[in-house]
Design a protein around this ligand. Structure first.
Ligand SMILES: C[S@@+](CC[C@H](N)C(=O)[O-])C[C@H]1O[C@@H](n2cnc3c(N)ncnc32)[C@H](O)[C@@H]1O
Length: 221
């Protein structure tokens, strides 16, 4: 009985640590998590990048880029002549991206920014395209996040919000440790309230667990 309680304690701690690392990967563990994120989320992030429709010469952003799998994909769309801005809260992810994309940062086609989606370190009307994939679970104030996206998007800009299906995600053993799992309709309503219009809702992946990609543009003012 004591051993079972002890085992439960260890299991809970591991799950809580995984949830914490997914929300803000830090240190050596964070670097492992980054590799796992890149492997597991490549397809979804690639679909999000495609859904932006970003073109050469434009400015695009990946907000909460994590392991950075989206950065070369965005660069491939906006170069030549364009620019990618990568925003994340995690110093470890920023440091990792700095090392991995040294050439691109030195060439001036990629800029890394430390910051939060709720207070973006970006100028208003500065982005043609943005993706934020698997980030909103870690944001308590979704209204502020989406208001910020509205502020930084150009009038013709397009943002793609990617999220796992909330019902499927609720079954994962670590999401009860602090993830904000919201019904997709609630996320769409929040986009609308922040001044964005959801113009597309795509699914990526197998039926039940298929990811949701919400494509939004600035509502005409
Ligand atoms: C689960 S990872 C997803 C990474 C990547 N987008 C993907 O799908 O593989 C979440 C990332 O968002 C970052 N993050 C969490 N909260 C954030 C916030 N408020 N603003 C910006 N980034 C945030 C974390 O540091 C982490 O790198």
């Amino acid at each position: 009985m004591v051993a079972t309680i002890r085992q439960m304690g260890v299991r809970d701690k591991l799950r809580a640590e995984l949830a914490r690392q997914l929300g803000r990967p830090e240190g050596i563990r964070g670097r492992f998590v980054a590799r796992g994120l890149n492997r597991g989320n490549r397809g979804t992030v690639a679909a999000a990048v495609d859904a932006t429709g970003a073109e050469p010469g434009q400015t695009a952003a990946d907000i909460g880029f994590g392991g950075g799998v989206g950065l070369p994909l965005l660069l491939a769309r906006v170069l030549p002549g364009g620019h990618v801005r990568a925003v994340d809260l995690s110093e470890t992810m920023l440091d990792r991206a700095q090392r991995m994309y040294r050439e691109e940062t030195l060439a001036g086609s990629l800029t890394l920014h430390a910051g939060s989606i709720t207070a973006l370190p970006l100028s208003e009307n500065s982005l043609d395209a943005a993706i934020t994939v698997n980030t909103i679970y870690f944001v308590a104030d979704l209204g502020s996040a989406f208001t910020e996206l509205t502020r930084v998007l150009r009038p013709s800009g397009r943002v793609v919000v990617g999220l796992g299906d909330p019902v499927a995600m609720a079954k994962l053993p670590f999401t009860s440790y602090g993830f904000n799992l919201r019904p997709v309709d609630e996320v769409i309503a929040s986009l609308t309230k922040a001044g964005l219009t959801c113009v597309g809702h795509h699914r990526v992946g197998a039926k039940d667990e298929a990811y949701h990609l919400l494509v939004a543009t600035k509502a005409p003012s």
